[in-house]
Design a protein around this ligand. Structure first.
Ligand code: NAD
Length: 378
């Protein structure tokens, strides 16, 4: 679905925005996925992200299909009032798609729990009662799940641990680089640091910072909150985002946007383990180079599935109006990722393919079974 809608800006002008919502394949359950607000979004990107989502839900065994939403805008230059008006209008435009049973949005790049709260409120206003299950990633006060805000990063930390264990590497003292210090990347960095690893470099859209002795992730987050970037953090060297990708390290967690690791820089990536926090950070050509060079890649549809897994928990809790404590959320997340990682690893070893192909094989098999069981005739 492509929608064009007008929003009144703070200076009283009217601006037309374009938004998308793509439902990709719903054989296994309602469509699920985030809404991205970014100046560069387009229909093709949204379709690709929706397809990845179908595979992601299948590989970790969630009863969902894939979707994606997007609005072409730059939330960084819009006021809160403008963002609220835009979100409410976009929600109304796509309200024929979204519902707790049919299509459940969540946050992605450029959106956050506040935006999810506006979506829930707009949808609920039209229904006449609170509909918690229509969107996930909400603030805890209005039906969000404990553990959701860190879930994507926590999933990266958990799959990094599983990869390290498989390779016989200890994460204690391991060096970690996180390009893309946002929702996913900052949580991954924090949790990996708590687990004993040394975060030596992080970046955001304004640049990167490096300290071989390790960065204090909590202080970096505070610095970013105060100055809107990690750049300029005390006792750190400034590097470009591109330079970060090529640093000597044990674990690389690319957590920004698509296509960071490409044919022209893949050979320079030195990390032993690459945990794809972002969706699609590695191009197909680069993937082959990483594999040939012995890099162990935990593919995006597995590495960053923590977000949708805890979104699923949030949806279940909202439908039941029965909320879990954080340790329950985290231990269920661990269980799902342990099982999915093992399944993918087994296929990778049995079929002699890399983890990405194995993850696709597991996901497509699961999807094909669902489609076959449902049948093709009315
Ligand atoms: P975010 O907006 O919170 O963070 C993105 C980070 O990347 C920011 O620090 C931003 O400054 C940085 N960035 C953007 N463009 C950059 C560039 N050109 N160079 C360097 N840094 C750049 O978004 P997020 O929600 O953390 O999402 C990041 C990635 O993780 C996306 O690919 C998203 O699809 C994926 N993801 C997110 C979730 C989630 O729950 N938020 C779940 C699964 C996957």
């Amino acid at each position: 679905m492509i929608v064009h809608f007008s929003v009144k800006m703070d200076d009283e002008t009217l601006k037309i925005f374009t938004g998308y919502r793509v439902e990709q394949k719903t054989a296994r359950g309602p469509a699920k996925c985030g809404i991205r607000s970014h100046p560069d979004v387009n229909l093709d990107e949204t379709r690709a992200l929706a397809a990845w989502m179908t595979l992601k839900c299948a590989v970790v065994g969630l009863p969902y299909g894939g979707a994606k939403g997007a609005v072409t805008c730059n939330p960084k230059v819009m006021s809160q009032n403008e963002l609220e008006r835009l979100t409410r209008r976009y929600t109304t435009e796509i309200s024929v798609f979204i519902s707790p049973e049919g299509d459940i949005p969540a946050p992605d790049v450029g959106t956050n729990p506040q935006v999810m709260a506006w979506i829930m409120d707009t949808y609920s206003m039209n229904k006449g009662y609170s509909v918690l299950g229509v969107v996930t990633g909400k603030p805890v006060e209005i039906g969000g799940s404990k553990g959701r805000s860190e879930a994507t990063g926590r999933g990266c930390m958990m799959t990094a641990r599983l990869a390290a264990k498989h390779l016989g590497i200890s994460l204690e003292g391991a060096t970690v680089v996180v390009p893309g210090f946002g929702n996913c990347g900052a949580a991954a960095a924090k949790l990996l640091a708590e687990d004993g690893s040394r975060i030596i470099a992080v970046s955001d859209s304004k640049g990167g910072i490096y300290n071989s002795k390790g960065l204090d992730v909590g202080s970096v987050s505070r610095h970013k909150k105060e100055t809107s970037s990690v750049v300029g953090f005390k006792n750190s060297e400034t590097l470009t985002h591109a330079e970060l990708l090529e640093l000597e390290c044990d674990v690389l967690v690319p957590s920004a946007l698509e296509g960071d690791i490409r044919a022209d820089n893949a050979a320079s990536v030195k990390a032993r383990i690459i945990v794809e926090g972002a969706n699609g950070p590695t191009t197909t050509e680069a993937d082959k180079i990483l594999h040939d060079n012995g890099r162990f890649v935990v593919p995006d549809i597995l590495a960053n599935a923590g977000g949708v897994i805890v979104s699923y928990f949030e949806w279940v809790q909202g439908l039941q109006s029965f909320f879990w404590n954080e340790s329950e959320v985290n231990s269920r997340l661990q269980e799902i990722l342990d099982n999915a990682f093992q399944k993918v690893l087994e296929v990778s070893q049995r079929e002699k393919v890399d983890m990405r192909d194995a993850a696709y094989m597991v996901a497509i098999d699961c999807l094909a079974r669902a489609i076959t069981l449902r049948g093709t005739f009315p």
